[in-house]
Write a protein that binds this ligand. Structure first.
Ligand code: NCD
Ligand code: ZN
Length: 343
């Protein structure tokens, strides 16, 4: 096969940042994708419908001419989010979920929820309204090893959450472990997961063996190869519960290559091609369309995109750097040659 056409894919988890950064991130997010779930972890975070509306307008002002790419907005849950805000979010027509960050888990998550008990009424309202809860599924307890944070979150919090809110639509985001893949596989149909290109392409050896590679550092952190294998298996299985979410998360080069570097991989310059490469290596290119273009809209209750994209077998080099504000970003796999190319 030297060419494939699929329904235009969507990205169910991405970060755009704000203001002048949008000049880089919005065209990159719109490259190949029809829609994108925009994470609200700005500083300060997007916690109200009014803030989400203003942020959406700023994003749209950077959308390339002629593009129909659509930002799907998300509210950031805090200990103080009200059920009224959830109701107006569900009615506003441009908000597609609410994001739970455990306080302190990742970039700009200081205002996150300190205890799930604090948002009980909010979750009840979301369940009633059919609103999607996007979960950053890691505990932040300092006694829990960073490589175990996702598995411990499932045991300590997610099992109970799923039991207490049996109809709540939950996306366990950017899953990284066999435990998460197994949990989602055996859960009810209201629970799904997104998977990033970096967690399919790499394991922690790629990041740490023979020298530390800060551009592969993201959260949840890359795990052992057995976990990478489990993610590859579910992503390429055709199972409707798993879909594309790049978690493309730009940070300027100097903030990654630092004594205390930021977490996040910027994958948008070649995102769909990286997934195509992974699926081809797994002998499952025919499953790419379901994972990238169908399972996400089906879960969110949205129509498929009406246009399609074509990928050609045509080796090219992923840009080794992309301008970003006064600096630059090193993209995921930047400088590497890749076999598939978006036409
Ligand atoms: C994300 C970011 O930089 O905003 N970083 C990351 O490593 N994934 C935050 C997140 O999604 O955890
Ligand atoms: Zn993210």
């Amino acid at each position: 096969m030297d060419q494939i056409s699929i329904i235009q894919p969507d990205d169910w988890h991405l970060h755009l940042r704000d203001h002048t950064a949008l000049a880089t991130t919005v065209p990159a997010a719109a490259r190949g994708f029809g829609r994108g779930i925009v994470m609200p972890n700005l500083a300060p975070p997007v916690t109200t419908v009014a803030e989400a509306s203003a942020y959406r307008d700023r994003i749209l002002s950077y959308r390339p001419a002629g593009s129909n790419w659509e930002p799907l907005m998300v509210l950031y849950l805090t200990d103080n989010t009200s059920t009224e805000e959830i109701r107006s979010a569900a009615n506003c027509g441009f908000i597609y979920g609410c994001k739970y960050y455990p306080a302190g888990a990742t970039t700009n998550s200081d205002s996150g929820v300190t205890d799930l008990a604090n948002i009980h009424a909010v979750l009840e309202t979301m369940q009633e309204l059919g609103m999607v809860l996007q979960l950053h599924g890691e505990v932040t307890d300092t006694d829990v090893d960073i490589f175990d944070r996702e598995a411990v979150f499932i045991d300590r919090h997610l099992l109970g959450l799923a039991e207490n809110f049996p109809k709540l639509k939950i996306v366990l985001e950017h899953i990284t472990t066999r435990q998460a893949a197994d949990f989602v596989t055996s859960a009810t149909d209201n629970i799904a997961a997104t998977i990033t290109p970096q967690h399919l392409l790499y394991n922690r050896n790629h990041m740490l063996a023979g020298g530390i590679r800060p551009h592969l550092f993201c959260l949840p952190i890359l795990k052992r190869n057995i976990h990478q294998r489990a993610l590859l298996d579910v992503a390429t299985s055709g199972n409707k519960k798993f879909f594309l979410g790049t978690d493309s998360a730009p940070h300027a080069q100097e903030h990654k290559e630092s004594a205390c570097g930021c977490a996040g991989c910027f994958s948008h310059p070649a995102a769909i091609e990286l997934y195509a490469e992974v699926f081809e290596q797994a002998g499952a290119l025919t499953e790419l369309e379901a994972f990238a273009s169908k399972n996400g809209p089906d879960f969110y209750g949205l129509p498929y995109n009406r246009s399609s994209i074509t990928l050609r077998r045509e080796p090219w080099q992923i840009p080794s750097a992309v301008p970003f504000n006064d600096s630059q970003i090193i993209p995921l796999a930047g400088g590497n040659s890749i076999n598939w190319r978006l036409a």
